[in-house]
Design a binder for this molecule. Sequence first.
Ligand SMILES: *[C@@H]1O[C@H](CO)[C@@H](O)[C@H](O)[C@H]1NC(C)=O
Ligand SMILES: *[C@@H]1O[C@H](CO)[C@@H](O)[C@H](O)[C@H]1NC(C)=O
Ligand SMILES: *[C@@H]1O[C@H](CO)[C@@H](O)[C@H](O)[C@H]1NC(C)=O
Length: 228
Amino acid sequence: MKSCSAMESTSCIKFSLMSLIWIIVLMNEIHGYKACLETERTALLEIKSFFISVSDIGYDDEILPSWVGEDDGMPSDCCDDWEGVKCNATTRRVMQLSLNYTERLNYYDGTSASLMNMSLFHPFEELQSLDLSGNGFAGIYENRAYDSFGSLKQLKMLNLGFNYFNDNILPYLNTLTSLTTLILNWNSIEGSRTKQGLANLRYLQVLDLSWNADMTSGSLTRLGRLLR
Ligand SMILES: *[C@@H]1O[C@H](CO)[C@@H](O)[C@H](O)[C@H]1NC(C)=O
Ligand SMILES: *[C@@H]1O[C@H](CO)[C@@H](O)[C@H](O)[C@H]1NC(C)=O
Ligand SMILES: *[C@@H]1O[C@H](CO)[C@@H](O)[C@H](O)[C@H]1NC(C)=O
């Protein structure tokens, strides 16, 4: 540097170092401060890979296209720039995930139904609202599923509508004790297999069971009636 030759060499190095530190601090103020959590960003990219893996071939570019590491060389913030992701303004942690109609299939019927991996949502401790409707899921990977549901301690809204879930999902849903809204319309739930049903969901205000297989009897119909 030209300005350096005029100064003593040690103070010159000090000056350069200080400038460098200030630049790093400023960059952090501009980017790091507002950025979404790295663990959650990584977890979101895993969710994207999952949806690509369960979709038919040829849809890769249409699945969550805004979920990218960089956008034309510009850093892309998962809180501000990614579709379907909403973060808490203070903590910058993911609060809301809209993954409705994300899986892409050429044919939409029960035979191509896939399983949802709930472990993917493990890192989102502040998640309040999760929409997984319209994805053609027939169930969940049950390995460690109770742990995964158990980590969603703040989940208030869950939409699983327009899938192929049956009564096997109910014991898992019954662990989501902070739920206030549970949408299960257009699935294959009968509500008769389990006596306990969703009795643990004591804050539940809205339960949508419309257009399910055969909801004529069982604890869920009674619970639905109580809520109405
Ligand atoms: C965001 O997080 C802060 C700190 O934990 C909390 O007080 C606030 O209620 C949260 N906001 C929403 C909208 O949940
Ligand atoms: C997903 O749901 C949100 C509202 O919850 C809606 O605005 C959005 O258009 C839906 N996306 C798709 C692909 O249906
Ligand atoms: C589910 O997701 C977790 C976390 O990404 C992963 O470790 C696990 O292998 C997945 N399980 C299946 C069956 O794909």
